[in-house]
Design a protein around this ligand. Sequence first.
Ligand code: HPA
Length: 274
Amino acid sequence: MSEEQKKRIDETVQYLNQRKPNAPKIAIVLGSGLGGLTKQIDVMDEIPYTDIPNFPVSTVKGHKGTLIFGKLNGVDIVVLNGRFHYYEGYSMDTVTYPQQVFCGLGVKTIILSNAAGGMNPTFTEGDIMIIRDHINFFGTNPLIGPNDDTLGERFPNMSEVYSHRLIQLARQKANALNIHLQEGVYLGVSGPCFETPAEYRAYHILGADAVGMSTVPEAIVAHYRGMEIFALSVITDLGVVGKVMNASHEEVLAAANAAEPKMVQLICAMLPEM
Ligand code: HPA
């Protein structure tokens, strides 16, 4: 990371450290169509990105653009309500800016959510998939560039990016709540195109169960900075041979909205034990 970038992050962290009403150890990143979780939060402060020094601003429909401090199920959290995507034209530094800031704020655990296309033939629209591992197909990496050894290792070990402990906790809670969970590998692409049938097929052959346009860069940086990660995909459309849908952004948002209550229930149940 460049010295200027480090300075920008420090300024953001300083501003938020002065303004934040609580000291959350857990951050939640909300994916497309999953912003309804915010209705369950006891909000202590909701800060538009435009008020935060050096913070990027999001441009996508269905992504709101506020940082929320509050409590969910009695647990202090900070929520990124609207993430930054590579396809919007942001640099990888900007896409992963919030994770660097969370780390500076003392966050130890991060929950990443997204809407994704399902390629595993056992999946159906509306399923929730716990991300067990990922494949980085962005064609770039947010850690490219000079490494600051005080922040993380030059060659990060990636053998357990998604915490086995938190996956186990999710299975336990989902079971108790009677929520059917899928598990699998998420493949991250730049977008903005949805996949061709041949691409869906190719990614499935490569070992992926779901594909989407986010999460991977964020998980790489959060892991690099030593945070524990839990991530889930809401399957909003299918890229299964013979069932490839003609998905539009509106349909993705609608499917994510429909599955969201399950996701919220699961996260609420997990939070006190995270
Ligand atoms: N592909 C990529 N990203 C997505 C999809 C998809 O099918 N669905 C939701 N986000």
